[in-house]
Design a protein around this ligand. Structure first.
Ligand SMILES: CC(C)(COP(=O)(O)OP(=O)(O)OC[C@H]1O[C@@H](n2cnc3c(N)ncnc32)[C@H](O)[C@@H]1OP(=O)(O)O)[C@@H](O)C(=O)NCCC(=O)NCCS
Length: 117
């Protein structure tokens, strides 16, 4: 894993069983839920790997899978179980298979949100 900033792990949260292969780049303040899978080989078995880039303050929820080479924009949110095959715009909220943008509200409204039952 590469870091965009100096100490991503100190300010990011990575939950259990996240698969983060070489060339993955994680920004600052990123949340990676349990079982997230990043890929780095678009067409196995090739010799040319490309990492996923996750920019600052993005949230990747439980069990999401991300295609090799895509970029998740700053403060974007990937919903649980999504299969993300394309770049995600900054502040985009993506759910489903294949992942589709359902909102541009971004991660701000989710971080530390407690107004649910
Ligand atoms: C992406 C997420 C944050 C969106 O939350 P939200 O804004 O409260 O979304 P809502 O529940 O209001 O759902 C909005 C719509 O998107 C759909 N949706 C939400 N999350 C979805 C998902 N992961 N996959 C598919 N559809 C989803 C809902 O069914 C709803 O569809 P509708 O309008 O047709 O009824 C949330 O669903 C999620 O994935 N949370 C994961 C939590 C997690 O992984 N935590 C860390 C580990 S415990």
């Amino acid at each position: 894993m590469k870091a965009i900033r100096k100490n991503p792990i100190l300010s990011s949260k990575v939950e259990g069983m996240a698969y983060i292969p070489p060339l993955t780049v994680i920004g600052d303040g990123v949340f990676l839920g349990p079982g997230v899978i990043f890929t780095n080989d678009p067409y196995p078995m090739s010799d040319r790997m490309v990492g996923v880039i996750v920019k600052d303050d993005a949230i990747v929820c439980a069990g999401a899978m991300l295609k090799a080479g895509i970029t998740v924009g700053e403060r974007a949110v990937i919903g649980m179980g999504a299969v993300v095959t394309k770049d995600v715009p900054e502040h985009g909220v993506v759910v489903g298979i294949p992942g589709n943008v359902i909102s541009d509200s971004g991660s701000d409204g989710y971080i530390n949100r407690t107004d649910y039952e």
